[in-house]
Design a protein around this ligand. Structure first.
Ligand code: SAM
Length: 330
């Protein structure tokens, strides 16, 4: 096991790298994709797979052992499966996970298994077909739902379903979504909306997870599940007798920054110490200028040291983050 050299100024050890492999997405979710059409990154500005692999190897030498692939939508990028095989083969990586909207996943499910991916996070904010189409700009609900069921049959576990809780958008569905866990082994994760970029939601649609929880409680007692070391920020519960579980990720009402173990690598080749702070360190330019591993490792340690103690989002002031979620990788 590699010693972790990525300790920040607040004694947090950073062992988790989230990688956005593209800023492109096949959906246009109103809370994620910006109001105006922003120029997409040119192909040459997006890190090539071999560049990502080199950066990951350096990260692993410093103590990174957990990777999540995200975007944009990772499955829109060509060659993803071959890349995942190479990623999994890097010695020292314990876990590679994928976050996807699952619209395009069907032909890749078996290959993902073959590439060693076991953990999937699927974003699904509604169980209503027409609402999905309004929210995501595409009539994709049936496809996503059947792909989730297929992934479950194939044994992807945990299979997490990310639900962003939003006022006036899906705030009448939380109990219905939570009730899926009675019969299915899903891990539903309710996520508080974060104000980022310039989304197309008409106002800040924030709903606190306390309110989500109040809506769920009539279904039955929520029994807490004890947290494991590598569990991430969700507070986890199970409805008594349910197969699946329910988690609450509450960046706005409960900072979980004290336990944050993450760095992000954006599609444009920047290391981002905190999702909710716009500071980024350019690793791509150095890499393309021919920097050696030691110089690139230095960018990692600088990114670790630049990690703020906690984010600045605030329930009342709602100070927002300029970067777009689809460009950073959620
Ligand atoms: N395309 C993939 C997907 O749909 O899961 C990966 C990228 S998406 C940006 C990653 C996650 O970020 C999704 O679960 C999405 O719901 C979440 N997300 C996007 N914008 C958000 C926001 N403003 N607040 C909270 N979560 C957000």
């Amino acid at each position: 096991m590699t010693a972790n050299l990525l300790e920040d100024h607040h004694c947090r050890k950073l062992n988790y790298l989230r990688i956005s492999v593209t800023d492109r997405c096949n959906l246009r979710c109103i809370y994620c994709v910006p109001r105006e059409t922003l120029p997409r990154l040119a192909h040459t500005d997006i890190l090539r797979y071999e560049e990502i692999l080199r950066i990951v190897r350096i990260g692993v030498s410093l103590g990174i052992d957990k990777i999540r692939i995200t975007g944009g939508e990772p499955l829109v990028r060509k060659g993803l499966m071959a890349f995942l095989h190479e990623l999994q083969a890097i010695e020292g990586i314990g876990e590679v996970n994928l976050t996807t909207n699952a619209v395009l996943i069907s032909p890749f499910l078996e290959e993902l298994r073959a590439a060693g991916i076991r953990r999937l996070n699927v974003s699904l904010d509604t169980l209503r077909r027409q609402r999905f189409a309004r929210l995501a700009g595409q009539d994709g609900f049936d496809q996503v739902w059947s792909n989730i069921l297929r992934a479950c049959e194939l044994g992807f576990a945990p299979l997490k379903i990310n639900v962003v809780a939003m006022r006036g958008i899906n705030d009448d569905e939380f109990a219905e979504i939570a009730a899926l866990t009675w019969k299915r082994p899903f891990q539903i994760r309710f996520i508080e909306y974060m104000p980022m970029g310039n989304p197309r939601v008409p106002h800040d649609p924030f709903v606190s997870n306390e309110e989500v929880r109040r809506q769920i409680e009539p279904l039955g007692k929520l029994e807490p599940i004890s947290r494991g070391a590598n569990d991430g920020p969700a507070e986890r519960f199970r409805l008594a007798g349910a197969i699946g579980e329910i988690g609450f990720i509450s960046p706005r009402t409960h900072h979980f920054c004290g336990d944050c173990n993450r760095l992000r690598l954006t599609a444009s080749g920047h290391l981002r110490p905190c999702l909710l702070s716009d500071r980024e360190l350019d690793i791509k330019t150095l890499l393309r200028r021919g920097a050696g591993d030691r110089e690139l490792a230095e960018i990692f340690t600088r990114a670790a040291r630049a990690k703020p103690s906690h984010h600045q989002l605030d329930t009342c002031c709602g100070k927002s983050v300029a970067s777009q979620m689809n460009a950073i990788g959620g």
